[in-house]
Design a protein around this ligand. Structure first.
Ligand code: DP6
Length: 335
């Protein structure tokens, strides 16, 4: 059967400076706290979707990092897309149906704490909006991306530096741009230490987050931290910004390690990089470290420091790949 339409969607992963961890409402994917991130220029998903009139056609192929060929998606991967279909249909008030064949390729390792689901699911939300022949304003497209289940996908929709309001109602919990990509010359240098898929999904992690004895105190502290972070961003105070984001990464991982059951995403190699970052700062190379739910470290620095940082870490055998990201636009239809 021939597709009646084919579109290509391009979407970035994002790195959170203030992390989303814990859901007030798991069904609606409403977070407990605001979060703040930057879209990543070199960690992206390209999703090509063919639309068919026969709605029984539902298939997907995936091309992983550094692989030449597409592989069929697993049942679980396809199921997440299929589960989102009726959610999107309802949200968009759509009456028609469509079949789809998706080819998704990633410029970075999947599921290793580089928000691969954020870039994929934001692209999927955009693609299904087109499939259902609807147009949404950016804030509502961000809500739709959130409803994929990958909450951080909401932050990949707008451009550049993105804030996601927690809020208690579905339609008001959306992400919006606080600054365009060109507004600040900072970079995210990803040190890939491990490309293995993480063992525990973020969903399980969110569910158990409140079991940490420190969860409540983190929520209380975040009120001042989020305000200070916004101020540091607005005044482009990189030292304050970096100090806050590194502290936040450590606090966030303290929650992970103290929830029940505990989550140990960091490895010894992760800790070594955090120590290296402290040493680099002492040597006058200003940079700060953060991680997502994974072992790989994101080094945040001013663009002028990239060469020094990369040449330092290039000498370390335990680093598999280094990916340099500038702030990037959000989800786009490119053809
Ligand atoms: C640790 O529920 O968005 O990355 O489905 O794996 O994308 P995935 O996770 P999601 O939670 C990820 C949270 C985080 C921190 C953050 O990005 O805010």
């Amino acid at each position: 059967m021939k597709a009646y339409k084919t579109v290509t969607i391009h979407s970035p992963a994002n790195i959170a400076f203030i992390k989303y961890w814990g859901q007030r409402d798991p069904e609606l994917v409403l977070p407990f706290n605001d979060s703040f991130s930057m879209n990543m220029s070199a960690c992206t998903t390209e999703l090509v979707i063919e639309f068919f009139t026969d709605s029984s056609i539902q298939q997907m192929e995936i091309k992983e990092f550094q692989k030449d060929q597409y592989r069929p998606s697993t049942e679980k991967e396809l199921q997440k897309v299929q589960t989102f279909y009726p959610v999107a249909k309802k949200f968009l008030n759509a009456e028609s149906n469509f079949g789809f064949s998706i080819r998704s390729s990633n410029s970075f390792p999947l599921k290793a704490g580089i928000a691969s689901s954020a870039s994929f699911f934001s692209a999927l939300a955009y693609a299904f909006m087109i499939g259902f022949e609807k147009q949404l304003p950016e804030d509502q497209l961000s809500v739709l991306a959130r409803l994929t289940g990958s909450g951080s996908a909401a932050r990949s929709i707008p451009d550049g530096f993105v804030w996601w309001n927690a809020r208690t109602s579905s339609e008001t919990s959306y992400a919006y741009s606080l600054g365009k990509p060109e507004d600040w010359d900072i970079v995210d240098i990803v040190l890939v230490l491990n490309t293995q898929e993480k063992k525990v999904s973020s969903q399980a992690g969110h569910r158990d987050a409140p079991s940490s004895p420190y969860f409540q105190s983190r929520q209380e502290q975040l009120i001042t931290v989020t305000a200070a972070m916004k101020k540091a961003f607005e005044s482009r105070d990189f030292t304050q910004f970096g100090t806050l984001l590194e502290q936040e990464a450590i606090h966030f991982h303290s929650i992970l390690m103290t929830q029940t059951p505990p989550l140990f995403y960091w490895s010894g190699k992760t800790l070594d990089v955090f120590r290296d970052v402290v040493d680099l700062r002492a040597a006058g190379v200003e940079c700060y470290a953060t991680t997502d739910a994974g072992e790989n470290v994101h080094i945040i620095a001013k663009e002028s420091m990239v060469d020094q940082i990369v040449s330092f870490f290039n000498k370390k055998a335990e680093i598999e790949t280094i990916i340099i990201n500038k702030p990037a636009p959000g989800t786009r239809q490119i053809s």
